[in-house]
Design a protein around this ligand. Structure first.
Ligand code: ADP
Length: 349
């Protein structure tokens, strides 16, 4: 029976297990046997003493149990050595030894670059976008994004309830190193008053002025949703100089955090209290929403069908609400457009 393999790579995202299950069910349907590669590209390098730590033959009954589990059952990891062409040759040998003639890679743009290199070496590869950040331009959604947004929306709703009780503003940090989509969607869905993202340059004083505007209108409990990467697009602001102005110990250039930002806003807006919450990894380690699970189901099916038809070097995505595929290089060349119109609307109300 011909073999195909599947791996999850880069940061984990909700729905990776559901996609693996879909690949397994479709492989079984077409009479292909499936090998699960452990810890991203690491599992192809033959470094573990026990081969079971590098790859496993995946049977339907095992896979059926994992579909709605959070995390990734196959494990995931980064693999710096994979940037080395000689190491990639070794990976190809492993795949040949396992009689694998098709590989499904679930990960982000880095993982897709690895997939392209493997295609160049004659291994047919298909990529499924697994990343909560939604930072891939070619697709309307990535696996895990919808789940991450829903986790953030639940958290912000709870935070806004307590903000209301105490009449105090709250800074909420969500994930998104270079992409503010989670922050933007969370702010939109929760009616949060202010959103700050990496894509738009900003100043602490401008956000303080925005918050002051809400306070002047009687809203003393506004929510400021910030993306984790937004501090890099902030105009320089010396937090410690501002918070400890009496010549105690001044740490020049101390980085801004959600907690410090809340303290700065409290002082700048004359509030008695302002709080902060970093939602963090709950966004990644959560069971997938129906929407992510549905995309996982369709993407897994399409990946196996493409391999079966001898089509490779493709990534799967969603366009106009429908699952589609396109060449990896063209997909990675697309430039992500941030929804500035929505960003301005939220911040101007
Ligand atoms: P993500 O897939 O979530 O973007 P990374 O950028 O960390 O995560 O990439 C995941 C892995 O993909 C890397 O650890 C490496 O093994 C592989 N990879 C990334 N870039 C390349 C590249 N240019 N060539 C080959 N492999 C790569």
């Amino acid at each position: 029976m011909p073999n195909i393999a599947v791996l999850t790579s880069g940061g984990d995202s909700p729905g990776m297990n559901a996609a693996v299950m879909s690949v397994a069910r479709n492989a079984a349907y077409y009479g292909l046997s499936l090998i699960g590669i452990k810890r991203g590209y690491n599992g192809l390098l033959g470094r573990s003493k026990n081969p079971e730590d590098d790859y496993v033959r995946m049977h339907l009954d095992t896979v059926l149990d994992i579909a709605d589990l959070p995390g990734t059952w196959l494990r995931t990891a980064r693999c710096r050595e994979f940037l080395d062409p000689e190491v990639r040759e070794r990976a190809v040998k492993t795949l040949h030894n396992l009689d694998v003639n098709g590989l499904v890679i679930i990960g982000g743009d880095g993982s897709f670059n690895g997939a392209m290199r493997l295609c160049e070496l004659g291994v047919p590869c298909i990529g499924i976008p697994g990343t909560i950040d939604n930072d891939l331009a070619y697709t309307e959604m990535t696996l895990g994004y919808d789940t991450a947004v829903n986790v953030c929306v639940d958290a912000v709703r709870a935070i806004r309830a307590t903000s209301r009780s105490h009449d105090r503003p709250h800074v909420v940090e969500v994930m998104g190193r270079d992409c503010g989509d989670i922050a933007l969607a969370t702010a939109e869905a929760t009616g949060s008053e202010i959103v700050v993202v990496p894509e738009v340059k900003w100043k602490v004083d401008d956000v303080a002025a925005q918050l002051n505007r809400h306070i002047a209108q009687g809203n003393t409990r506004a929510t400021v949703v910030v993306a984790e990467g937004c501090w890099r697009s902030m105009a320089p602001f010396d937090v410690y100089k501002f918070l400890l102005p009496y010549g105690k110990e001044v740490y020049q250039g101390e980085p801004m955090t959600a907690n410090r930002f809340a303290s700065v806003l409290k002082r700048k807006c004359g509030m008695i209290e302002a709080r902060s919450t970093v939602i963090g990894y709950t966004q990644r380690g959560c069971s997938p929403t129906a929407r992510d699970s549905m995309f996982a189901f369709e993407a897994g099916a399409m990946a196996v069908q493409l391999l079966k038809q001898g089509i490779s070097n493709q990534v799967i995505g969603v366009k106009n609400g429908r699952t589609f595929h396109m060449p990896i290089d063209k997909a990675l060349a697309e430039k992500k457009h941030f929804n500035k119109k929505l960003f301005r609307l939220i911040n101007s109300l």
